[in-house]
Design a binder for this molecule. Structure first.
Ligand code: SAM
Length: 223
């Protein structure tokens, strides 16, 4: 249950020196101007983070994962990559948490520039839709932690869930879809299927995927 993992009281309580020791050698002298910018929600085994790490080597990123064993595995995987490749993979880390409850404990308003929701659990039954990681209520929270211009990436192999995520985003006043041209130019889009363990599984089975990729826009009264 939730009582088995620590939750930071506020984003200022997240210890960057534990997650990114090369960037923040001491916990007393943390430069608060450099913050986590990408979050991979339900990161699973961490394939996306590892691919993004070398693509954006100066950007701090974190995976959020509910399952203890899986988050421990990702932690070990990152540590061994750091040992095998000195100076690399210093910008990625993982935290065990329930992202549906604790996003605001981890990130400040407008902190993030990218959030990833890749192959989330489908929760097929109508009464379980409230457990989905994309919902009108949770989108308010994601809009709060994303900066204006920040991007939310979703992908699934479950058509019904894909339709659900897309319609939640379309109906939210603070998100707009990326254009085809923007999607083509974005290097992160190419990784959604190819870099994740779940995406690779779907590709091996020649499965279809459904993406919805939207930008956080300014509130009309703030333009
Ligand atoms: N994104 C990865 C990929 O594409 O390979 C993993 C996809 S897996 C099907 C969904 C992951 O989300 C699981 O590892 C699960 O433990 C995690 N998860 C489910 N609910 C979560 C929550 N509330 N907070 C954090 N992680 C969650």
């Amino acid at each position: 249950s939730d009582s088995h993992f620590p939750v930071p009281l506020t984003p200022a309580h997240v210890d960057y020196s534990l997650h990114y020791p090369q960037f923040f050698p001491s916990s007393d002298q943390v430069d608060r101007s450099k913050k986590i910018k990408f979050a991979d929600i339900g990161c699973g085994f961490g394939g996306l983070l590892i691919s993004l790490s070398t693509l954006f080597p100066d950007t701090l990123m974190i995976g959020m994962e509910l399952r203890d064993k899986v988050s421990e595995y990702v932690k070990e995987r990152i540590l061994s990559l750091r040992v095998a490749n000195p100076g690399q993979y210093q910008n990625i880390s993982v935290v065990r948490t329930n992202s549906m409850k604790y996003i605001p404990n981890h990130f400040d308003k407008a902190q993030l520039s990218k959030m990833f929701f890749l192959f989330p659990d489908p929760h097929f039954k109508e009464k379980n839709h409230r457990r989905r990681v994309i919902s009108p209520f949770l989108l308010d929270e994601y809009a709060y932690v994303l900066e204006v211009g920040g991007i939310i990436y979703t992908i699934t192999d479950v058509e019904e869930l894909g339709e659900w995520m897309k319609s939640c985003l379309e109906n939210h006043p603070l998100f707009e879809p990326l254009t085809e041209k923007e999607l083509e130019a974005d290097p992160a889009v190419k990784l959604l299927s190819s870099a994740t363990e779940e995406g690779q599984k779907v590709a091996r089975n020649d499965g279809q995927t459904f993406q919805a990729i939207f930008r956080r826009i300014a509130r009309p009264d703030q333009i």
